[in-house]
Design a protein around this ligand. Structure first.
Ligand code: NAD
Length: 290
């Protein structure tokens, strides 16, 4: 399949490389990043989109996505599908889908979970919003770049699933870090707490798969000086998207709001920037009243 790929950064680069490796003809464009092996360099987003059956975007935020979509859509062939894999606000996802539909194009919002490791290994999970027809067109590409694609509903449903998932993750990670910091003060060994919680009703992905306490549980960023992994500023971005969506939908999300506030302070006023989001544990352990 002929594919245009816009945004060849930490995630987009390896995703585009996997598509090329699988035999697709991929033309990529990025303002800064060089295309990975096997991906042809386009001179503009519009050039990458010309003649492509599917155009994939993997960009930093909704404002950039809207601007890039404005360049791509006029260049795309009738019936082609614009598939955005970035994490953006639900409104931008819906606005881009409307722009595409008005031009006779298909559109999907298909944010991912799995991080840079999953992008390289081709094991991402895609959460997808859009029509059945557009989903069917792009499914073979999701199968190359990932191991699971869930069609969540109409336009915006993929982004809704992503921010709801990451709101749970942000909240459970903070709760996990609080519990490990409290255990230490109570003289309870981190390993013992893990042994109990990981098989009890307090278990979660944050405890079992990504334990924030060093030397405990499967290998995680805590074992590597809290080098990301999933950076605290990316968690903050997703939590703020969840709060923007909650405000727009008049939904009550007090724990999500508090998690956004705590990660905001951690990233913007403390030492969280550039650290994994599980570094909330040493932050809480060091500042019990912070
Ligand atoms: P990144 O900053 O490494 O890559 C973004 C790329 O977009 C950069 O190379 C940048 O030069 C390019 N870009 C910006 N504006 C552009 C434009 N107008 N035209 C062309 N290229 C442009 O970021 P990333 O880590 O690859 O993340 C991309 C998206 O994936 C984000 O929305 C992020 O929230 C989401 N995401 C990231 C992770 C992760 O672990 N990194 C996990 C899940 C989802």
């Amino acid at each position: 399949m002929k594919i245009g790929f816009i945004g060849l950064g930490n995630m987009g680069g390896p995703m585009a490389a996997n598509l090329a490796k699988a035999g697709h003809e991929v033309m990529g464009f990025d303002l800064a990043a060089a295309p990975p092996e096997g991906v042809q360099r386009a001179a503009s987003a519009a050039e990458a989109a010309t003649g492509a059956a599917v155009v994939i975007t993997m960009l930093p935020n909704g404002a950039i996505l809207r601007a890039v979509a404005g360049e791509l859509i006029p260049a795309m062939a009738p019936g082609a599908v614009l598939c955005d894999c970035s994490t953006v606000d639900v409104e931008s996802a819906r606005a881009v889908a409307e722009m595409a539909a008005a031009a006779g194009l298909g559109a999907l919002d298909a944010p991912v979970s799995g991080g840079v490791g999953g992008a390289s290994a081709g094991t991402l999970t895609f959460m997808v919003g859009g029509t059945d027809a557009a989903f069917a067109t792009v499914l073979p590409l999701f199968e190359v770049m990932g191991q699971k694609a869930v069609h969540c509903g109409a336009a915006g449903a993929g982004q809704a699933a992503k921010i709801c998932n990451n709101m749970i993750l942000g909240v459970t990670m903070i709760a996990t870090c609080e519990a490990f910091a409290l255990a230490e003060k109570l003289g309870l060994e981190a390993q013992k707490l893990f042994d109990v919680v990981s098989t009890s009703s307090g278990s979660s992905w944050s405890v079992n798969a990504y334990c924030p306490a060093p030397g405990v549980g499967p290998s995680s960023p805590a074992d590597n000086g809290y080098k990301p992994g999933f950076a605290a500023e990316l968690m903050l971005k997703d939590l703020r998207l969840s709060q923007q969506a909650a405000a727009g939908a008049d939904a009550d999300t007090p724990m999500g709001a508090l998690a956004a506030e705590l990660y905001g302070r951690f990233v913007e006023e403390e030492d969280g920037r550039g650290r994994d989001f599980s570094a909330m544990l040493p932050r809480l352990a060091a500042r019990p009243h912070g």
